[in-house]
Design a protein around this ligand. Structure first.
Ligand SMILES: Cc1cc2nc3c(=O)[nH]c(=O)nc-3n(C[C@H](O)[C@H](O)[C@H](O)COP(=O)(O)O)c2cc1C
Length: 219
C-alpha cells in the first residue's frame, strides 16, 4: 500500500493508485484497497469545528478521493466528514466489483455507518466520491438517500476521482436523489474531476477550479 506524505485529520493517507503509469493503472481496474474503505488503521475522518461554513463530505475506498478531500480542505479551510458503511467493500478489486454490480442490479445499496452531526452551520457542502460504473459510488447513493434532507437549501459542490472516463451522470444523480426526497439544493454543475492515479499532482487544478467557483459566486 502506498502511503502518501499527506495526512487527513492527523493520520496518513494510503492511496495505492498514486503514481502508477497509465499502463499499470488500467483506469483503476484492479486497484485493491485496505479492505476497510480507508479505515483499517484509523477512525473515519471527523474535523468538525464550531464556526466553519463549509463542510467536505466524502467516501473513498482506496484513498484517492480521500487525498483529494484533504487537499481541498487545505485550500478552503472546510471541515471534513467521511462516509463509511456498516459492511466495508473488500480489499480485492474484483470482489468489490462483483458486490457493486449485484448492489446496482438489485437496487440494494449499503447501509451507512454514520451519526450525522447537525449541519445547520454549513452553507456549502463539497460532496466527494469515486465514480463507479459511470455514476456515484454506492455509499454516496446511500448517504444521499438516507441523509439527503440535511442538505436542503445548501450549496452543493461535487468533486470526484475516476479512472479516466469522466463524471458520468453522477452530478445529475445527486440532483435526482435529492429531488425524489423533495429536497431543493443549489447544485453546482461544474464538478472537479481528477484521475485517481494523479491526485498527488492536483493542487494547481484544485486552485484553478476553486478560483473559477469564486468567479461564478460573484457573477
Ligand atoms: C466498483 C468500481 C467501479 C468503477 N467504475 C469506474 C467507471 O465506470 N469509470 C471510471 O472512470 N472509473 C471507475 N472506477 C475507478 C475509480 O473511480 C477510481 O479508481 C477512483 O479513483 C477510486 O477512488 P478511491 O481511491 O477514492 O476509492 C471504478 C472503481 C470501482 C472500485
Amino acid at each position: 500500500m502506498k502511503k502518501t506524505s499527506e495526512q487527513i485529520a492527523g493520520h496518513p493517507i494510503v492511496a495505492p493508485q498514486l503514481g502508477r503509469s497509465a499502463l499499470s493503472w488500467r483506469h483503476g481496474y484492479g486497484t485493491d484497497s485496505d479492505g476497510h474503505d480507508t479505515n483499517a488503521y484509523f477512525a473515519p475522518t471527523r474535523v468538525l469545528t464550531k464556526d466553519t461554513k463549509s463542510l467536505i463530505i466524502y467516501f473513498s475506498r482506496s484513498g484517492s478521493t480521500e487525498l483529494l478531500a484533504a487537499k481541498l480542505a487545505k485550500q478552503t479551510g472546510a471541515d471534513l466528514l467521511e462516509i463509511t458503511v456498516r459492511d466495508p467493500y473488500p480489499a480485492r478489486y474484483l470482489e468489490t466489483l462483483n458486490r457493486a454490480n449485484n448492489e446496482r442490479e438489485g437496487g440494494d445499496y449499503p447501509e451507512p455507518d454514520l451519526n450525522l452531526p447537525d449541519l445547520s452551520q454549513y452553507q456549502t457542502i463539497y460532496l466527494g466520491y469515486p465514480i463507479w460504473a459511470m455514476t456515484l459510488a454506492h455509499p454516496m447513493v446511500a448517504f444521499l438517500t438516507t441523509h439527503g434532507a440535511a442538505l436542503a437549501g445548501k450549496k452543493i459542490i461535487p468533486f470526484m476521482t475516476q479512472g479516466g472516463y469522466g463524471a458520468g451522470d453522477s452530478v445529475q444523480r445527486i440532483g435526482h436523489l435529492l429531488a425524489t426526497q423533495g429536497v431543493t439544493a443549489d447544485l453546482l454543475t461544474r464538478p472537479l474531476v481528477v484521475n485517481g492515479n494523479a491526485v498527488d499532482l492536483a493542487d494547481g487544478e484544485i486552485r484553478r477550479w476553486l478560483a473559477q467557483l469564486e468567479v461564478e459566486a460573484n457573477e
